[in-house]
Design a protein around this ligand. Structure first.
Ligand SMILES: CC(C)(COP(=O)(O)OP(=O)(O)OC[C@H]1O[C@@H](n2cnc3c(N)ncnc32)[C@H](O)[C@@H]1OP(=O)(O)O)[C@@H](O)C(=O)NCCC(=O)NCCS
Length: 153
């Protein structure tokens, strides 16, 4: 199994359009803002995400963050967001990392993989400690956090 966690790139926009349309718009506090966009607006959104990763054009109340796509054997299966630092809102809800796996690929261990790979990116960026929020009833997310050594606070 080949695992690759790649920052969203403009060159991938065309190939990833359908993927982002299949990813639900909102679940357990994880939003997919690309859901429902036209092709043209999707490309603009991808550029916005790339800007955010470079700390450019950050809207008031938001912080820079990187959007990653998880590829398993070259197939996109999930998305993660890594916020580069926390503001007051993210400290109360949101935290550093959000993860989202396509419904058809859930329950195969990819939630564990995307979280681990995103934690490696956080480490490379010097983000420590990492704050992750899991809702009480989100069992897969809880299990992943526990498995990867998360400390409940
Ligand atoms: C949370 C989410 C990313 C998990 O993805 P996934 O690919 O299904 O996760 P995994 O297959 O790696 O499973 C993670 C753990 O949960 C367990 N699990 C998976 N589905 C489960 C279920 N329906 N009930 C109970 N446990 C479950 C797995 O066994 C695994 O635990 P283990 O490693 O101890 O065996 C995915 O469900 C998702 O995208 N949910 C919507 C968005 C979301 O909630 N994101 C997290 C908050 S930001």
């Amino acid at each position: 199994m080949r695992v690759k966690l790649q920052p969203l790139q403009l060159s991938d926009a065309e190939n990833l359009y359908e993927f982002f349309q299949k990813l639900p718009a909102s679940e357990n506090g994880k939003n997919n803002r690309a859901h429902g966009l036209s092709h043209e607006d999707f490309t603009k959104w991808v550029q916005h995400e790339i800007d955010s990763a470079h700390g450019k054009n950050i809207k008031p109340g938001r912080v820079p963050g990187t959007t990653f796509v998880l590829y398993i054997d070259d197939t996109p299966v999930g998305v993660s967001n890594l916020r580069h630092y926390l503001n007051e809102n993210l400290q109360q809800d949101g935290g550093h990392i959000g993860t989202h796996i396509l419904p058809e690929y859930r329950g195969r261990g990819y939630g564990n993989i995307i979280t681990l790979e995103t934690l490696k990116k956080a480490k490379e960026m010097g983000i420590n400690p990492v704050l992750i929020f899991n809702r009480d009833d989100n069992v897969p997310a809880w299990r992943t956090s526990e498995k990867l050594g998360g400390m409940l606070i």
